[in-house]
Ligand binder design. Structure first.
Ligand code: SAM
Length: 248
């Protein structure tokens, strides 16, 4: 029967492609890739001659049904993105959802993701965390999003583009306070991998003077709001029920 393999690929270091991922990418009938040129390097590296089809946000909806027909006819397909795990701030959600709806088996081939790589090495609590993806690009919308997260007790993970990092971290430090624990993970698994921390103030000071180092790919990991700083939540109903009998 046909299948859809959702395959994680390296976020920098080619050695992070798992043997199972390589075997799948050599063995399927078709590979759906976010960008064929980017993925061509990876396929050449593992000696895969499987044909590729571009699948990105702009054509995913129209491509999905035909791809599912192919799988229902018995073909095995692999879905990859430019780097890391597909669907994580990357295309693929519509295809996977449609595959599930039409009864195509979907098989994950797990591997690298910048989210977990940054989280696992930042030294902030990992028992519970929230992944927020990319924040809005404009300051007003970004500050509104950050305000809604300021009291979040779980560790927070964000993607950010290098040309926005100074403005974004300035908003973070302003709204969360400069003493909030935070680590900026840069160029993970690559030659110039770097972790900058240990507070939002430190990350801000670094980013304001980093110059050339302000390039590359970045994940920001921010500690959750400490209990002592969280606004007290009042259950008004309950409070009224307790107070009413006491009223004259
Ligand atoms: N699906 C990918 C994953 O699972 O890692 C994420 C795709 S998203 C479009 C790209 C963003 O991921 C980058 O802007 C950056 O924030 C982060 N990222 C990807 N590779 C990275 C790396 N090697 N080091 C740091 N951040 C990375």
């Amino acid at each position: 029967p046909g299948r859809l393999y959702v395959v994680a690929t390296p976020i920098g270091h080619l050695g992070d492609l798992s043997p199972r991922a390589a075997a799948v990418l050599r063995g399927v009938d078709l590979i759906c890739a976010e960008d064929k040129r980017t993925s061509q390097r990876l396929l050449a590296h593992i000696g895969s001659k499987v044909p590729m089809r571009a699948l990105h946000d702009h054509n995913e909806r129209e491509q999905a049904e035909a791809l599912i027909d192919q799988m229902l006819a018995g073909q095995a397909l692999a879905l990859i993105s430019d780097a890391g795990t597909p669907l994580v701030s990357d295309p693929g959600f519509r295809l996977v959802r449609a595959a599930r709806e039409r009864g195509v088996e979907v098989v994950p081939v797990p591997g690298p993701s910048a989210v977990l790589a940054a989280l696992a090495a930042a030294g902030l609590p990992t028992d519970r965390f929230v992944f927020e993806g990319f924040l809005p690009a404009k300051s007003g919308a970004r500050r509104a999003a950050l305000n809604a997260l300021a009291a979040e007790p779980r560790t927070l993970v964000f993607f950010e583009a290098p040309h926005r990092i100074v403005a974004a971290v300035a908003d973070f430090a302003d709204l969360f306070g400069p003493d909030r624990p935070a680590w900026l993970a840069r160029e993970l698994t690559k030659r110039f991998e770097q972790f900058v921390g240990a507070t939002l103030g430190d990350v801000l000071a670094w980013s304001q003077t980093a110059g050339d180092q302000l390039r590359g790919e970045m994940v920001l990991v921010v500690g959750g709001c400490p209990d002592a700083q969280r606004p007290v939540e009042v259950d008004v109903q309950q409070l009224l029920q307790q107070l009413l009998p006491l009223m004259p």
